[in-house]
Design a protein around this ligand. Structure first.
Ligand SMILES: NC(=O)C1=CN([C@@H]2O[C@H](COP(=O)(O)OP(=O)(O)OC[C@H]3O[C@@H](n4cnc5c(N)ncnc54)[C@H](O)[C@@H]3O)[C@@H](O)[C@H]2O)[C@@H](O)CC1
Ligand SMILES: Nc1ncnc2c1ncn2[C@@H]1O[C@H](COP(=O)(O)OP(=O)(O)O)[C@@H](O)[C@H]1O
Ligand SMILES: [K+]
Length: 488
């Protein structure tokens, strides 16, 4: 799914009205009814609802929502912050009056206790930080004990730029129309957005396909697993090489190897430090163990020919950062066309010696978490929008795919595209989850997925397995092994 900016959403709105010949107020009605459908699945009619509206189209949505909830039997009360009224706002105010739904203009909002507040002050039309009565109202909403449901976007939040230090409504739920806003993908905005729901309102599919954006949100429909050939065998489903582990960190090698096998790969060889094979072999009998001649996981006898025998290579989980020479030697000898996934300490090694970046082969995926990303680029960022620009810049400059892990893992491609992942949960914030991801991506690469498919689909399926694990156990109790067990 594409993520559109506010300008594009306005275009889509206008085009849909023209193409489908529907009045803008009817599109507003559709948005309001989709909102009410989702809202009423979450909250019952016994809960009292106060709807706080601006006077633009977000406020108009609020008025239409008030009327539809009233018709469904909810007790509603509307507060309006006086301002320039949009045409569709005016129509909806008239409709509200016809139904005799109580409302008032507010000068200073004194909130009587209510179960739920619906926030309809500003939508994507916000163009400057909120001040005055708007700021005061937002503060009153945030200080109330009510649950808060934002229409389209929490009021005050900029959809396409950083809103640091602005006054913003703190929503428990955000029901957003048609596509998520870029701001929702940023960890710094988690506290405002709450649980995100996407509500399609039927904007023009043709126009959506035409409009170009760098930003995408991966959903089930975007996932196209490779067909498994009926006559295929372990020799055709790919042979992966994983370089992982060090003394005390063999669990990382175990988790990544097992996840790689579960991803459907034909064979995996796991290259580990000398005298550590027993741990791996007892944990996973299916793995081919290859011990290094030395105590690090880097072999001195590797050359391009030996590495070329594998369909894909993964390096990093649990390797430590002691052997820069070994890593350098590995990269210098790495075959140009073999896909490679680089994780964990291998990323830290690259960060310590950026001159090695030029030796990266063609098909590379890096999977840092934010701390590793900081080490890799050697600088910090002011806010998450700046971090996103740095991520894009890194992918473009180095011609690699880089997956910045987190709640909405961001995958930046050398083309400048960024794909945000929609699956996964906070239960995955547990040691070893990242090793599992490396194993899955490696397995996908070895089976013949392109680097783009392996990154996007690997991250999606990793999150999906994490969501299944959380359902069976709980976000609190699940551990990384549960992600592997729930990969199907
Ligand atoms: N996709 C769509 O295009 C649809 C949009 N709809 C709704 O329309 C909303 C956008 O409506 P509008 O463009 O009318 O804009 P808003 O309702 O978000 O804001 C209204 C106006 O407030 C003013 N404003 C901006 N920042 C301000 C500030 N800090 N202090 C005071 N005034 C400020 C601006 O002039 C802005 O146009 C969406 O978020 C959504 O809720 C829906 O009604 C239907 C379809
Ligand atoms: N709150 C969260 N929501 C969704 N996914 C998460 C969350 N926390 C962690 N994850 C996922 O779990 C994995 C953790 O990786 P990482 O930090 O490298 O762990 P480790 O180093 O312990 O293996 C990443 O894929 C990340 O996207
Ligand atoms: K809003």
């Amino acid at each position: 799914m594409k993520i559109f900016n506010s300008e594009q959403l306005r275009l889509l709105d206008a085009y849909t009205i023209k193409e489908k010949g529907i009045a803008s107020v009817d599109l507003m009605e559709r948005a309001a009814s989709v909102f009410v459908e989702i809202f009423s699945e979450i909250f019952g009619a016994e809960e009292s609802v106060r709807i706080i509206c601006g006077t633009g189209n977000n406020g108009g949505d609020g008025l239409a929502v008030a009327r539809l909830l009233h018709q469904k039997g909810y007790t509603v009360f509307v507060d309006i912050i006086n301002g320039n009224e949009s045409a569709d706002f005016k129509i909806n105010l008239e409709r509200l009056n016809q139904q005799q739904i109580p409302w008032q203009y507010v000068a200073e909002l004194k909130l009587a206790p209510t179960d739920i507040i619906i926030d309809a002050i500003f939508g994507f039309g916000i163009n400057r930080p909120t001040t005055g009565i708007y700021q005061k109202t937002i503060a009153a909403i945030n200080e109330s004990k009510s649950k808060v449901v934002a229409i389209d976007i929490p009021s005050g939040l900029f959809p396409d730029a950083s809103s640091e230090n602005h006054s913003i409504v703190k929503a428990t739920h955000t029901i957003s129309f048609e596509s998520p806003k870029l701001a929702f993908m940023m960890p710094e905005n988690d506290k405002w957005v709450g649980k995100l729901h996407i509500a399609p309102i039927g904007l023009s599919e043709q126009k959506k396909a035409e409009l170009k954006t760098d930003y995408h949100y991966t959903l089930k429909a975007d996932i196209k697993p490779l067909a498994r050939e009926q006559f295929g065998h372990k020799g055709t489903f790919g042979h992966a090489l994983l370089i992982a582990g060090s003394k005390g960190m063999m669990g990382a090698a175990v988790l990544a190897s097992k996840a790689c096998l579960r991803s459907g790969v034909g064979k995996i060889t796991t290259h580990i430090p000398r005298d550590t094979a027993q741990i791996l072999q007892i944990s996973i009998p299916e793995v081919i163990c290859q011990e290094s001649e030395n105590k690090s996981c880097f072999s001195e006898s590797w050359n391009t020919d030996t590495l070329q025998k594998y369909d894909a290579v993964g390096i990093g989980p649990g390797i430590g950062t002691k052997n820069m020479n070994g890593f350098e030697n590995f990269l210098l000898n790495f075959p140009t066309n073999t896909p490679l996934v680089i994780d964990a300490d291998a990323i830290n090694l690259l960060g310590e010696n950026p001159s090695l970046l030029k030796y990266l082969p063609r098909n590379v995926i890096l999977t840092p978490h934010p701390k590793e990303f900081k080490t890799l680029i050697g600088q910090l960022w002011e806010n998450d929008f700046e971090k996103l620009e740095l991520l894009k810049g890194f992918a473009i400059k180095n011609g690699v795919i880089i997956c910045l892990k987190g709640h909405y893992t961001a995958m930046a491609l050398p083309s400048g595209e960024v794909h945000f992942n929609s699956t996964g949960n906070s239960g995955m914030g547990t040691a070893g989850s990242g090793d599992v991801l490396t194993g899955i991506i490696l397995g996908f690469l070895a089976q013949g997925y392109s680097v783009k498919e392996a990154a996007i689909q690997g991250v999606y399926e990793h999150g999906l397995a994490g969501d299944r694990a959380a359902t069976k156990r709980s976000e609190r109790a699940m551990i990384a092994s549960d992600i592997i067990e729930n990969f199907i």
